[in-house]
Design a protein around this ligand. Structure first.
Ligand code: ATP
Ligand code: MG
Length: 412
């Protein structure tokens, strides 16, 4: 019969991959809780409308990339990102009543119908943070700090923080109008996506990856508008304060005026962290401030700032980590004694196995040396004297000790 294969753009995360995934997850829990963040887990599927309103219906994610299906005449969607879900949970559970800031972190699978390639899957995982209730740039700085320190704790270097300010809806409007004005003469030269973005979401023109479009945006009169300081005084103050915090904290960053981010909800601060060791999918982290999203999804006016990181991209930078071996493997021809000793050791919180198939002694020893650090040998002699021979399978050193002492040897 034909075998059924894993779906295009999805991957199994196998036992040998787990040490890296546990490392990313444990480190997230450790680092984010140092900042007072609490974990939240929201459902994998939500009402489609949540993403249409929350992510924005001019975005690629909502227009092209969502896994949407009907059940009982309801339109549901597998979450393409988790900010909208976390904001829904924040509102629904009245978290605006908690004293600010409310810091939430999450990890889990996300789904986007994209063209699979290195660093880009259809089911992938993100770990992220959302901080609610603080409008001051201290929160932006803290969110960036959390991202940087998490990446450091994973042992990742050679990363660049790129920063930009998109201003507020008011000053951005003026910028959009100017941008459209200077781009208008070249409209015919742009890719079909950009032609659609021109009306619907002109800021997104700036992060188009098509060479012909990039060439247009590199023209001096267009660059002049892009590089101009369009943001209003208040937005500029916010941005300057943020930069002075980052300077004081010793976080290196570069300003990238082309950084606009894919999602509609950002205002003021946006940032990305890129690795110099990944191919073209080099962004490991994207984030920013989204002060109007909570209100737009029906909640109380609540400023917020956050980020999401792609865990597959992090995993490929971390590289391989060795699987932990089982601590003990009981080798004995007496299955009953073997299972008893195995359980004694497990009860003490130490991993242990024995041969379930009652193979020959030598075969059992071979198996032990493959999967365990110690062979715990229970021959007739040992059983009679209530002893165990503990063999270190790395060094081949062995000692015979009383049963009580076995745990001591395993713990040493
Ligand atoms: P990109 O420009 O790479 O498509 P994005 O702007 O769509 O990224 P976000 O929605 O901000 O990304 O998600 C944050 C992070 O999640 C990205 O920086 C990336 O590391 C990761 N990510 C996004 N889409 C995918 C995907 N399809 N497969 C794997 N990782 C992804
Ligand atoms: Mg994308």
């Amino acid at each position: 019969m034909a075998i059924i294969k894993v779906q295009k753009g999805t991957k199994d995360i196998l036992p040998q991959d787990m040490p890296v995934w546990h490392f990313m997850e444990d480190t997230a829990r450790k680092i984010f809780s140092e900042y007072g963040a609490k974990e939240i887990r929201t459902p994998i599927f939500e009402a489609t409308e949540l993403f249409a309103r929350g992510v924005g219906d001019t975005t690629d994610i909502v227009n092209k990339e969502m896994y949407t299906f009907e059940k009982s005449e309801r339109s549901l969607t597998l979450r393409p990102e988790n900010t909208a879900g976390v904001v829904r949970a924040f509102i629904e559970n009245g978290m605006h009543r908690l004293s600010a800031p409310v810091k939430l972190w999450y990890k889990g699978p996300m789904f986007r119908y994209e063209r699979p390639q290195a660093g880009r899957q259809r089911q992938f995982h993100q770990v992220g943070i959302e901080v609610f209730g603080i409008k001051q740039p201290t929160a932006d700085a803290e969110v960036i700090l959390m991202a940087v320190n998490y990446l450091k704790a994973l042992g990742l270097n050679d990363l660049t923080v790129e920063l930009n300010s998109l201003g507020c809806p008011e000053c951005r409007e003026v910028f959009k109008t100017k941008l459209k004005e200077v781009i208008k003469p070249y409209l015919q030269d742009l890719c079909p996506d950009c032609q659609a973005r021109y009306e619907k979401n002109p800021l997104r023109l700036l992060d188009c990856k098509v060479e012909e479009c990039k060439a247009v945006y590199a023209k001096p009169e267009i660059q002049e508008v892009i590089q101009s300081d369009f943001i209003c005084e208040e937005c500029a103050e916010h941005f300057n304060e943020l930069k002075s915090y980052l300077d004081a904290l010793g976080i290196n960053y570069s300003i990238n005026k082309l950084l606009v981010r894919g999602l509609d909800y950002y205002n003021r601060t946006v940032f990305e962290i890129k690795s110099n060791n990944l191919g073209s999918q080099n962004a490991v982290c994207g984030g920013g401030r989204y002060d109007s999203l909570v209100r737009n999804l029906g909640g109380e006016d609540t400023p917020a700032v956050g980020f999401a990181m792609g865990m597959e991209r992090l995993a490929s930078l971390i590289g391989n980590k060795e699987e932990e071996k089982t601590a003990g493997f009981v080798v004995s021809n007496n299955t009953l004694e073997a299972v008893k000793l195995t359980e004694e050791i497990r009860k003490a919180g130490i991993s242990c196995e024995f041969d379930l198939t009652n193979k020959k002694f030598v075969k059992q020893l071979e198996k032990a040396s493959k999967v365990a650090k110690y062979a715990l040998i229970l021959g007739e002699d040992e059983i009679a004297k209530n002893q165990v021979t503990v063999k270190n399978l790395d060094t081949s050193e062995q000692v015979t000790v009383t049963r009580e002492k076995v745990l001591e040897v395993l713990n040493s």
